[in-house]
Design a protein around this ligand. Structure first.
Ligand code: GUN
Ligand code: FE
Length: 425
C-alpha cells in the first residue's frame, strides 16, 4: 500500500474543458495508485494514511506529450530555418543514423530522460529510430524512470538516405515483429510498444501492408505524421495515386484508427474529408504548435477540430519543436490560435488558457485511459509546482499563479512529480 497517501497544497485541475476546479489548502488522495479525489478536509476513512504537506505550492495533474522524437532531443534548436523535408534530410536523418550504435543511443537517451524526468510531463508517446536494439534500450531506461510511455521502433524503407533506410519491407516488418515479441516477453510495467510507420513518403505499400498484419496480430496502437507540410502533402498525392487525401493512404491499410487507436501528429492542412474520416475513426490529433511554427508548416485549426469533437492532445515534436516543456506547448498553442484568428477573419475564436490546459492534461492523457485529471478513478499523476521564485507584491489567485507558471515555462519550478502513485521526482 505504499501507493496510498495524501498530498496537501493548492490543488487545481480541469473540471471541464472550460473550467478549472480549485481547492486551496486541499487534500489530494491517492489509493493504490488511483486518485480518490480532492477534499477540503481529509475524509475520516483516510485518516492515518501518510501525508506530504506541500504548503503553499500548487498541485496539478501530470501533462502528456503526445508526440515526441526521443532521438532528436540532443540536437534540438539546431537548423530550424528550413522546412520539413529539407530539415529531415539535413538534420533529423543524419542524427538518427547514429542510433545504429547502441552505445551512442544510450548516451543520447539518458540525456533526454534526465531532462524529461525534471519536466511537468508524466506520459509520452515517442518515436525511437528504425534500430530495434537502441529503441528497446530507450524502453528499458524509460521503465526505470517511472514515466508512462508508448515507444515506437520506426519503420522506413524508401526515400531516405542509405544510412537510415531499412533494406526491404520484409526485413522492416520482421525486425518489428521480433522487437514487439521482445517487448511482450519483457513485461514492462510502464512502457508499451506502438507501431510507427514514419510517414507515407518513407513507407512503401508493401511495408504498410505488412504493418497492418502486425497491427491486427498484436492489437497495437499506431502513431505517424499527417498533413504537416504542403510539399509533403503534394508528394503523398504523387506517391499514392487514387487516394482521396493523405489520411486515406493510412486508412487503406487499416492504420488510421477504427479498429485500434491511432495518433496522427500535426494535421495542419487537413481537407474536410480527412477531418470527417478522423472523426469517424476516432483518430487522436497530436497538435504540435511549436514545431509547426519552427518548421513553417502552418497553424492547425484546433478550434475547428474541437467543434467537430475530435480527440486532441499536445505534442512537443522535439526536435521540430525545440523544448520538451509542455507548459510551453500550451502557450504556443494559444499564441498560434490567436494569430490564426487575427489573420483570418473567418476563423473561429482562439483557444483559451482553460481549454489548452485541458488538452495538455486530459486531452493527451486520455490516450492512456484515465489520466490527466484529479477526478476520482484517474491514475494518480501529479506535479507539484513551486512559484516562490516569481516574486510579486500583489495578491494572485491559484489560477493566476498557474497561468504565470505556464507562460514562464521554467522546469525549475517543478518541485515533485508522481506518476500512477509513484514518486518519481
Ligand atoms: N515527418 C516524418 N518524419 C518527421 C520527423 O521526424 N519530424 C517531423 N516533424 N515530421 C516528420
Ligand atoms: Fe514528428
Amino acid at each position: 500500500m505504499e501507493k496510498t497517501f495524501a498530498l496537501k497544497g493548492n490543488i487545481i485541475y480541469s473540471r471541464t474543458m472550460k473550467q478549472f476546479a480549485v481547492c486551496e489548502n486541499g487534500w489530494l488522495v491517492c489509493e493504490d495508485g488511483i486518485c480518490r479525489g480532492v477534499f477540503p478536509e481529509l475524509p475520516e476513512k483516510y485518516r492515518g494514511i501518510p501525508v506530504t504537506d506541500y504548503g503553499d505550492r500548487l498541485i496539478i495533474p501530470g501533462l502528456t506529450d503526445l508526440h515526441v522524437h526521443a532521438p532528436q532531443y540532443t540536437f534540438r534548436s539546431v537548423g530550424l530555418d528550413s522546412e520539413l523535408i529539407e530539415w529531415l534530410n539535413a538534420h533529423a536523418f543524419p542524427e538518427e543514423s547514429r542510433f545504429a550504435d547502441p552505445e551512442y543511443a544510450e548516451k543520447a537517451y539518458r540525456i533526454f530522460l534526465d531532462d524529461l524526468l525534471k519536466s511537468t510531463t508524466t506520459r509520452v508517446v515517442t518515436f525511437g529510430t528504425l534500430h530495434a536494439e537502441s529503441t528497446f534500450r530507450l524502453m528499458e531506461l524509460l521503465e526505470e524512470t517511472g514515466i508512462r510511455a508508448y515507444v515506437g521502433k520506426v519503420n522506413m524503407d524508401r526515400n531516405c538516405p542509405p544510412t537510415l533506410c531499412e533494406e526491404s519491407a520484409e526485413r522492416s516488418a520482421a525486425d518489428t515483429e521480433a522487437w514487439i515479441r521482445r517487448c511482450l516477453d519483457r513485461h514492462f510495467e510502464n512502457v508499451r510498444p506502438i507501431l510507427t510507420p514514419r510517414f507515407i513518403p518513407s513507407c512503401s505499400d508493401k511495408l504498410m501492408e505488412l504493418l497492418s498484419i502486425l497491427r491486427k496480430r498484436y492489437d497495437l496502437p499506431v502513431q505517424s505524421h499527417l498533413s504537416e507540410n504542403p510539399l509533403e502533402i503534394e508528394w503523398v498525392k504523387q506517391l499514392c495515386p487514387g487516394t482521396r487525401f493523405y489520411g486515406d493512404a493510412y486508412d487503406r491499410f487499416g492504420l488510421f484508427g477504427g479498429d485500434g487507436p491511432a495518433i496522427m501528429a500535426h494535421c495542419v492542412h487537413c481537407p474536410d474529408g480527412e477531418i470527417d474520416l478522423m472523426k469517424e475513426r476516432g483518430v487522436f490529433v497530436a497538435h504540435c504548435p511549436q514545431s509547426n511554427t519552427a518548421l513553417a508548416s502552418g497553424i492547425a485549426p484546433v478550434r475547428r477540430y474541437l467543434d467537430r469533437g475530435l480527440k486532441i492532445g499536445l505534442g512537443s515534436d522535439v526536435a521540430g519543436g525545440f523544448t520538451l516543456s509542455m507548459f510551453r506547448m500550451i502557450v504556443d498553442a494559444i499564441q498560434c490560435s490567436k494569430l490564426l484568428w487575427r489573420l483570418d477573419a473567418d476563423s473561429p475564436a482562439p483557444l483559451s488558457f482553460e481549454e489548452t490546459f485541458f488538452l495538455a492534461t486530459v486531452g493527451g492523457g486520455s490516450f492512456f485511459g484515465k489520466a490527466g485529471s484529479f477526478e476520482p478513478g484517474y491514475e494518480f499523476d501529479a506535479v507539484v509546482l513551486d512559484d516562490t521564485s516569481l516574486a510579486h507584491p500583489q495578491p494572485f489567485t491559484v489560477k493566476e499563479r498557474l497561468e504565470r507558471l505556464v507562460y514562464l515555462s521554467d522546469d525549475r519550478n517543478v518541485a515533485a512529480k508522481y506518476i500512477a502513485g509513484r514518486k518519481v521526482l
